[in-house]
Design a protein around this ligand. Structure first.
Ligand SMILES: NC(=O)C1=CN([C@@H]2O[C@H](COP(=O)(O)OP(=O)(O)OC[C@H]3O[C@@H](n4cnc5c(N)ncnc54)[C@H](OP(=O)(O)O)[C@@H]3O)[C@@H](O)[C@H]2O)C=CC1
Ligand SMILES: O=C(O)CCC(=O)C(=O)O
Length: 424
């Protein structure tokens, strides 16, 4: 097995299976109507589109895209668009469920959506990526909109992709509609700080979790898998706070310096994809070895299902903070619980992305930009409030951090369903 091919291992679990299992664990702690839980096991709808692309050489190719809508009881569907060869309907549904919980934990007025295209973005030229994105936006137009479903970046997409998406939608609508998508460049209605936000929130939540366990951040070692929007910003934030980031990786492998890397000197995925493994560091490791390093904090921030029944007993970190969505399988979660390794879940740790997306949406509606300082101050405050809500549940019940986080989310969602009387 290689980290690039996590599906090839014997324990294979889809995102939707993991998400359903997590929902059921949280529901067992709450008095929630079984009809509501059953409703939340399923998406409201899944849209599948075929996207024709004319390649630069004139040949034509068809691509498949999806947009899953999970739940909108608290507001419009919200969630990213992923361009990756492993994108599937099941993955989009699972990821859209996680978005529903994530928005609820952060108390944002959004529900959960997620989508993507089955494509390797590294095999597209810039022009091809633009044409594919514009056509995807046209195909999704009937099911998206600033008050219905607001996409954003995820793996393989970036602010430029969001700008093309917004432009294609706006041209069809006949009016500039910045609020249809978040994560845009600030010059076309994007928010300052959105790109750094998911990694920044991973840093803030790691800091809070360390404070909870009375760890001195200056004495802490950290390993981060993935050095993209989430991983690089988390690593740099923790480096700034005084932690020693000893290992980071890209798809081809990891670099390791026991004395700590200079995280600003290593180019991230956005600056130069795949350059981490080529960096001149004292040691190189595989992605699997990075996950098993003896560090204080491990931050998986690349893809899903990397911590599994196969490697969970070999993980030597004292705490795991999930930067990626769904990096821990159900079996691995059970092993970490047994080994008393705290796992701070994705739906709070990386929720800074959707939180600043919410700020961006507000700015778009009001046609008024916030300063970076305001964005970061409000992000800090929202993250600390959410952490406090989760910590209160964690201290009050004998549960894992994930269960405590899901309990906060599920209580809010179930209560909204009961109050609106929307089901079945
Ligand atoms: N972007 C966002 O707003 C948010 C993203 N997330 C989640 O965070 C995770 C990462 O997303 P994001 O940072 O945006 O993605 P990016 O595309 O910006 O970066 C992904 C990083 O992971 C590396 N990578 C890709 N595949 C593998 C692999 N098989 N093994 C190890 N490393 C790999 C890439 O390496 P290389 O440079 O070589 O390609 C790159 O460094 C995803 O799970 C995403 O859903 C969560 C919240 C918000
Ligand atoms: O910013 C957003 O709307 C969603 C980001 C996202 O896809 C995620 O948090 O997983």
């Amino acid at each position: 097995m290689t980290a690039a091919d996590p599906q090839s291992e014997s324990e294979s679990e889809s995102a939707v299976e993991t998400a359903r299992h997590q929902l059921e664990r949280a529901a067992a702690h709450l008095d929630v109507d079984e009809g509501i839980v059953d409703r939340l096991r399923h998406p409201t709808s899944v849209h599948r589109v075929t996207i024709p692309l004319e390649r630069d050489d004139g040949s034509r190719e068809m691509f498949t895209g999806y947009r899953a809508h999970h739940d909108s009881v608290r507001g419009p569907y919200k969630g990213g668009l992923r361009y990756h060869p492993e994108v599937s309907e099941e993955e989009c549904v699972g990821l859209s469920m996680w978005m529903t919980w994530k928005c609820a934990v952060m108390d944002l007025p959004f529900g959960g959506g997620k989508g993507g295209i089955v494509v390797n973005p590294k095999e597209l030229s810039g022009d091809e990526k633009e044409r594919l994105t514009r056509r995807f936006a046209e195909e999704l137009r009937p099911v998206i909109g600033p008050m219905t479903d607001i996409p954003a970046p995820d793996m393989g997409t970036d602010p430029q992709t969001m700008a093309w998406f917004m432009d294609a939608y706006s041209m069809q609508q006949g009016e500039t509609t910045p609020g249809v998508v978040t994560g845009k460049p600030p010059v076309v209605g994007g928010s300052y700080g959105r790109e750094e936000a998911p990694g920044r929130s991973v840093g803030i939540i790691t800091r809070e979790a360390m404070a909870y366990y009375d760890w001195d951040i200056e004495e802490t070692t950290v390993a981060v898998q993935g050095f993209g929007s989430v991983g690089a910003n988390a690593a740099r934030y923790l480096d700034d706070l005084g932690a020693s980031v000893v290992a980071v990786s890209d798809v081809d492998g990891a670099i390791y310096d026991p004395d700590g890397l200079d995280t600003t000197d290593v180019e991230d995925h956005d600056e130069s994809p795949g350059m981490v493994s080529g960096y001149d560091a004292p040691e190189t490791l595989t992605n699997e070895e990075l996950l098993e390093l003896d560090v204080d904090v491990l931050v998986p921030a690349a893809i899903g299902n990397v911590l599994t029944g196969e490697n969970a007993r070999d993980v030597e970190a004292d705490m795991i903070v999930e930067g990626a969505n769904g990096p821990t399988t159900t079996t691995a979660e059970r092993i970490f619980e047994e080994r008393e390794i705290p796992v701070i879940p994705d739906i709070i740790a990386n929720a800074g992305g959707v939180t600043v997306s919410y700020f961006e949406w507000l700015q778009d509606i009001n046609r008024r930009a916030w300063t970076l300082e305001r964005v970061n101050d409000e992000l800090e405050s929202e993250m600390c409030t959410a952490w406090e809500d989760v910590r209160t549940e964690y201290d009050a019940r004998d549960v894992t951090w994930r269960d405590a986080t899901y309990i906060v989310a599920l209580e809010r969602i179930a209560s909204a369903h009961e109050t609106r009387g929307l089901w079945p």
